[in-house]
Ligand binder design. Structure first.
Ligand SMILES: *Cc1c(COP(=O)(O)O)cnc(C)c1O
Length: 425
């Protein structure tokens, strides 16, 4: 048994004992109940999952899956990680929630840890949230506070990129580019402009002293794992610093070891004004964070100007501390680099794969036909969970503890999965 595996002892959530199964508990039974009780915004869920262990999950009909999506880059240490589980349980049994009229040692220790991991300069600070979109809402409000200029002209503009995904609440949605997400909810909070992806000249032309902030994802995850070109972050830092605009990096998907580094932006040789984190931070437990760099940016939001009831609660911050500790002590960064590289080297040889992108265990690859959604279905039938962010793009964001052997199981099955997907067209 490797470091990362664990025996699966829990057969089903104990909560199942509390719910009425009405004599039936197959996946189809649950989905019928789902469709009459849950809002339809997610469409029909692909499966009803009842249990997980490491990189494996099981559905209500007992079928096993290798999870290569990790709850969309969330389950950094897989499912039911023993250390994270025990820290969450014991924190909950000690102190669960206190509100932000109070603080707790776990909250303070996690803030200190995030400042250390992000190599933040003196005066840097952390604001905790419960999700990625909330971290970006906080960043949006931070940007609004960067409102004045020396010339007296107001800074009302915010720059984001075409293809950007920053979340679904109104502020984060205004930063998100996709028309289908935005259009039904217009008018958006004002001032956001989307400029062409990866185009340094377009950025140079857009950024002046009317810009409050530039929001960038180092790798656009939802757009199909598209990395910014080399030199882009450095140029963005230069232009924003000159114009007095904030450079805000959305590392909600790319942060916390996902790319084989603590932050995807850490090799860019820049100090941003803020980063946002969420997805992998709590190892599956909901938590997000806005980290502001330096004393000046960190004091833009003053007492009373922002808040949250649940954000930074003892259980969520304990979950994140446990996750960060396990990533360090189990040498997970090395695993992410090695297994990610292994997959990226193998993929181009697979018939039908035309392009491979990404870093570490955030991997996107394009297919030679619009069969990505059909490939997701075929993969499920073959016992693998993958994702299609576009009609011909597949995304993998597995637990960071994925083994080479598990990756090879998927790579061996992929040709048949793609063939099934094509046959289904
Ligand atoms: C997922 C994601 C978000 C939104 O996070 P939620 O927790 O779903 O609100 C924001 N930005 C990026 C880059 C993401 O991948």
């Amino acid at each position: 048994m490797s470091n990362f595996e664990q025996s699966a002892v829990v057969e089903q959530s104990p909560v199942v004992e509390l719910v009425e199964t009405k004599g039936h508990s197959s996946g189809a039974d649950w989905l019928a109940r789902y469709s009459s009780s849950l809002m339809g915004v997610f469409g029909t869920p692909q499966r009803v999952l009842v249990r997980g262990a490491g990189c494996l999950v099981w559905d209500a009909d007992g079928k096993e899956y290798l999870d290569l999506l990790g709850g969309i880059a969330v389950n950094a240490l897989g499912h039911a990680h023993p250390f994270v589980t025990s820290v969450i349980s014991s924190q909950l049994a000690t102190l669960g929630h206190v509100s932000n009229f109070f603080t707790s040692p776990t909250q303070i220790a996690l803030a200190e840890k995030l400042l250390e991991l992000s190599a933040a300069p003196a005066g840097s600070k952390v604001f905790f949230t419960n999700s990625g979109t909330e971290a970006n809402e906080a960043a949006f409000k931070l940007a609004r506070r960067n409102s004045g200029t020396e010339s007296g002209k107001p800074r009302t503009r915010i720059i984001a990129l075409e293809g950007a995904f920053h979340g679904r609440t109104m502020g984060a949605l205004a930063l998100t580019a996709k028309e289908a997400y935005r259009e039904p909810f217009e008018p958006m909070p004002g001032g956001v402009e989307h400029i062409p992806f990866g185009d340094i000249e377009a950025l140079r032309n857009a950024v002046d002293d009317t810009v409050a902030a530039v929001f960038l994802e180092p790798i656009q995850g939802e757009a199909g794992v598209r990395p910014l070109p080399a030199g882009y972050l450095k140029a963005a830092r230069e232009f924003t610093a000159e114009a007095g605009a904030l450079l805000i990096l959305d590392e909600v998907q790319t942060g916390i070891a996902r790319t084989g580094k603590w932050l995807a932006s850490e090799d860019a040789g820049i100090v941003p004004d803020a980063i946002t984190l969420a997805k992998g931070l709590g190892g599956g437990f909901p938590i997000g964070a806005l980290v502001t760099f330096g004393a000046q940016t960190s004091s833009l939001l003053s007492a009373g100007q922002h808040g949250t009831t649940f954000g930074g609660n003892p259980v969520a911050t304990a979950a994140a501390l446990a996750t960060l500790h396990a990533i360090e002590s189990q040498h997970v960064l090395d695993n992410v680099r090695a297994v990610g590289e292994h997959i990226r080297q193998a993929l181009p040889a697979v018939d039908g794969v035309t392009e491979v992108r990404g870093e570490g265990l955030l991997i996107g690859f394009d297919l030679d036909a619009d069969v990505a959604p059909a490939a997701v279905t075929a993969a499920l039938d073959a016992g693998f969970i993958i994702n299609s962010p576009g009609p011909r793009t597949i995304r993998l964001a597995p637990p960071l503890i994925l083994t080479t052997e598990q990756a090879d199981r998927f790579l061996a099955a992929l040709p048949a999965i793609l063939q099934t997907a094509k046959d289904a067209q």
